[in-house]
Design a binder for this molecule. Structure first.
Ligand SMILES: [Zn+2]
Ligand SMILES: [Zn+2]
Length: 265
């Protein structure tokens, strides 16, 4: 069986704290994960770096994004380009499906997070096109402050024709793998088939959730606000902190990157 964490945020999310190399290094050293998905909020800026570096960390990366639909957060996987935020759930699924992607309902009806209702998820499961795209539902999300929301997700998911997914929703590296999904096989292609056949099995390892999330997250968020991020130079070297302003490309300075592209096309 392979093991995947399909919901991880990097510094390319406004609230993420870790660079892509640090995510890969932590995952390789501290988890049994075979596959991860980088799913930043409405951004795919970190995806190409993650895919390029993944083989040197003996990992596989799925290009993904956590899309803020008007009806709640949707995980888009196997994406080639970003899907705009603010569209309805069904429109979002349409755009994910048109590029061959698959979708997972993130933290359904979770308090404290913009989340899809079970009613909307049910509607999508009955929709001719959307039902081909929406393949999974998170029944364990390791990043929820109101962790009991996972229990209603478990109860509701038993009525839905969707793959059951465990994810970390990690915004700090120490949370990676705290929720994960087993699947038959080892590769990204195996996982894609398992999602379509609803053959995933939830694994939860950590004791995160609830206020432990805040206690662990806030110091890392503060470090980011001070202009630093967890970084890794090489798979054989340890994770260190590095100034965000020294990263290429700088995740928070899109204007300077655009200017650079205009000057040096
Ligand atoms: Zn979310
Ligand atoms: Zn998330």
């Amino acid at each position: 069986m392979g093991l995947a964490d399909l919901h991880i945020h990097s510094i390319h999310s406004f609230d993420g704290t870790s660079s892509i190399p640090a995510i890969l290094k932590y995952t390789a050293d501290h988890t049994n994960l075979d596959v991860i998905a980088i799913t930043d909020h409405n951004s795919m800026e970190g995806v190409s770096q993650a895919i390029d570096l993944a083989p040197s960390y003996n990992l596989q990366v799925i290009p993904g994004c956590e899309i803020s639909s008007a009806d709640g957060h949707v995980l888009g996987l196997f994406l080639h380009k970003r899907v705009p935020a603010g569209l309805s759930f069904l429109q979002t699924l349409q755009l994910i499906g048109e590029q061959g992607g698959l979708a997972i309902a993130a933290h359904p009806e979770a308090k404290g997070a913009s989340s899809l209702s079970f009613e909307n998820i049910c509607k999508a499961c009955k929709h001719p096109f959307a039902s081909q795209v929406l393949v999974g539902i998170e029944i364990f999300n390791g990043g929820l402050i109101y962790a009991h929301s996972n229990f209603s997700a478990i109860a509701q998911s038993n009525k839905l024709p969707l793959a059951q997914i465990g994810s970390s929703d990690a915004h700090i590296i120490s949370m990676i793998g705290q929720g994960a999904s087993y699947f038959p096989g080892k590769t990204i292609e195996d996982l894609k088939i398992a999602l379509k056949l609803r053959q995933t099995y939830v694994a939860t390892y950590g004791n995160y959730g609830g206020y432990k999330v805040i206690a662990s997250y806030l110091p890392q968020f503060f470090i980011r606000m001070m202009g630093w991020t967890a970084w890794n130079d090489h798979p054989n070297r340890p994770i260190r902190y590095r100034r965000i302003s020294q990263l290429q490309p700088r995740p928070e300075n899109q204007i300077s990157r655009l200017l650079h592209q205009m000057i040096m096309p």
